[in-house]
Design a protein around this ligand. Sequence first.
Ligand code: MN
Ligand code: MN
Length: 463
Amino acid sequence: MAEEKKEKKLWKLADDAMMKEIDSFASDYIYFLDHAKTEREAVKEIVKQAEAEGFRNILDTDGLKSGDKVYYVNHKKSVYLAVIGTDPLTEGFNGVGSHIDCPRLDLKQNPLYEDNDLALLKTHYYGGIKKYQWTTVPLALHGVVALTDGSVVDINIGEDDSDPVFMVTDLLPHLAAKQNAKKLAEGVTGEALNLIVGSMPLEGEESESVKKNVLKILEEKYGIKEEDFTSAEIEAVPAGKARFLGIDRGMVTGYGHDDRVCSYPALRSIFSVKNPKRSAICLLADKEEIGSVGNTGMESHNFELFIMMLLEKTGIESPYALQKTFSASNVLSADVTAAFDPNYPEVMEKNNAAFVGRGISFNKYTGSRGKSGASDANAEFVGHVRRVFEEAGVSYQASELGKVDEGGGGTIAYILADRGMNVLDCGVPILSMHAPYEAASKYDIFMAFRGYSAFLEKAEKQL
Ligand code: MN
Ligand code: MN
């Protein structure tokens, strides 16, 4: 593996048949990126695909037996899937855990205003973004507006070729001398991330006529009034489709690789599991980008509820069955890591960086400074995952997010580890993480699928 890593031979391991699989998987992934830009859309698309694969809503089942496939939707923004094994669940499950929320601009609850003949929408950014990247990019609005009569209006504007889009403006270079002299992080402020939503006045109106025109269109097309934004969740995300990147089509660029580039392979890997010995679980959480909090984040005890339902429906009754299950379980925390970027070599330590096209990457630990906040996987468990991957022909590398003391980051790994599971961070290296468009190698995306599939089928109990 080390020699291969040095000589970049890995693509050569792909014969014609495997190249076809890699391309076909990348195309399926691009479809998913285009149809699941928000956590709510991801849940809908995942449930649709899961039902087509024979998964049933666990709430519609009585007893469960080995081979059964079920899912549970947690408040429309996270989803857990399971294939029941032949071993009792208390012997532990094999899981892959990922997240389906992405950095973006959320509309504030009182977003709409008019300023000097333009109507704008105020936003509050979600997740760790570099604010300047979100200016002058065509944006689409996705989300829901919950009305007081109990109905919910779906919003999706900006994806169809005939739809309008939205945009945050930036200062022209001619007048940007002072902006250019500022620190990069201060050149564009959070309160300047306002979207242009209208510019035409409503006829016959004297004051705020542009805003009134926007409200008229919103009422006619969507039946929503200004005060309804109070109970809305509307996300501004880059408009348009994901594409192959490079003349060789070796990479995929699009919005939301972090973490669809791991959550989609995780989903497909649980579809590939047939009659496993240990139960297989795929968990797709919300709110990772803001600390995994809330009732749809990984901290939510609704994941425990799902496991308790599996225990009950497979006939296991024991006061400590839940903890016994967790303590015997193995999970891959499937999240992206930083790929080495030739434009910014100074933040990476090359012996411990992940490289594009060299397979899925292990981060034994995450965190920052002195491994603060890290979930540090046990060496024995990492050794076990290596064996599973090597037997399945999965290319992998081992990396850290960057140089020591350069920065850092976290995933859902520590939350799963807190519950007693063996956890290893293991995901796809990407370029331009958290930017409106991120990039990943289709080889690495396929290796994630292959690795997660092998792990769900073959990982054994670890003590
Ligand atoms: Mn992530
Ligand atoms: Mn992230």
